[in-house]
Write a protein that binds this ligand. Sequence first.
Ligand code: ADP
Ligand code: MG
Length: 367
Amino acid sequence: MLKVEGLWKTYTVDGGEIPAVRGVGFTVETGEFFTLLGPSGCGKSTTLRCIAGLEVPNSAEITLDEIDLFSSRQRRSVPIHKRNIGMVFQSYAIWPHMSVYDNVDFPLKVKGIPDRREKVMRALELVGLHRLEDRSATDLSGGQQQRVAIARAIVMDVDLLLFDEPLSNLDSKLRIQMRFELRQLQKQLGITSIYVTHDQEEAMVLSDRVAVMDDGHIVEVGKSQDIYLKPRKLFTAKFVGQSNLLSCEVVSVDGVNATVKTVIGEITTGAPDRSASSEGFLMIRPEHIPMSWTQEELPSSDVNVFEGTIISETFTGKLVDYRVRVGEFTFEVQTPLHHALQKQNRVFIQLPPERCVMLAKDTPGTS
Ligand code: ADP
Ligand code: MG
């Protein structure tokens, strides 16, 4: 288990201190795939580099399987080469003048580990490169080079694997394929992993749990599905996927449901959790809004039905994106293709209460 507490890191730039990570803490269970997700510059790489030992935190308590890797309290820091951690970067960072085999063999050789060939070949086989062992590393495609980097990171029986946007330099098709490979490999090896990305889809596919980061803070941590379907913070709802956000005020709560007042009228939602305040936002994802030409065609036609006007229609391949104006508010609505024949501009949309999520207004820097 990896535990990070109170991690602060500032950089000195032109004599001034720039805060990059401001009091980050989280726990990663043994064997878990944990992702730091957030916009560029929010402090993901800095957090990862502090765990690896590539950066020195201003203060932190970082323990891996009960051993202090870094402790401000104990004034202790395990040097980088003694942390048993594998790391894969966005730039492949493999040695161009060496063969595939020698690249993967290198960390074992440096440590004088016996039975190296067996270990190297096993790692190469796991990433599907065992037939290319003699190839010069420069004669490989980007995807193959990244596989070499992954093999090199896992060849050492590490306690922790760290990935910093490893798929970002690959083209989109390969990126999607390698997501699945990486996920499988991690499950097969069972190595605790922390992955850094700004790509929310990648985070969803790969992770057991996701920590959403913003401006040096962790905003919220949750299972991939919950982060998407039941975000607890406005920032998450905005950053992860598309969402309709209606400013709202709670009118009444009765057990499982709540009624909220919005600019388009009253809406019935699932009850806000106890932490939600009486004012906030109601969130619903575009693909969770049924749309139809008549009210009767909606799945259940009484609750939260609104009449609106289609103001644009965009074909995206699998789905059609509509913008639907209801009074003062414009909804993003996504429907499957079979729905897409535009018969008229007047439509009915429905906001299923169980798909409506109540969110409090964000206060910056709280989690
Ligand atoms: P992310 O990986 O989420 O994009 P980083 O951890 O790389 O974010 O950066 C967080 C903040 O720290 C940014 O404002 C960035 O400009 C700054 N930063 C990162 N590395 C350095 C550095 N070596 N020197 C100065 N500032 C840095
Ligand atoms: Mg980064």
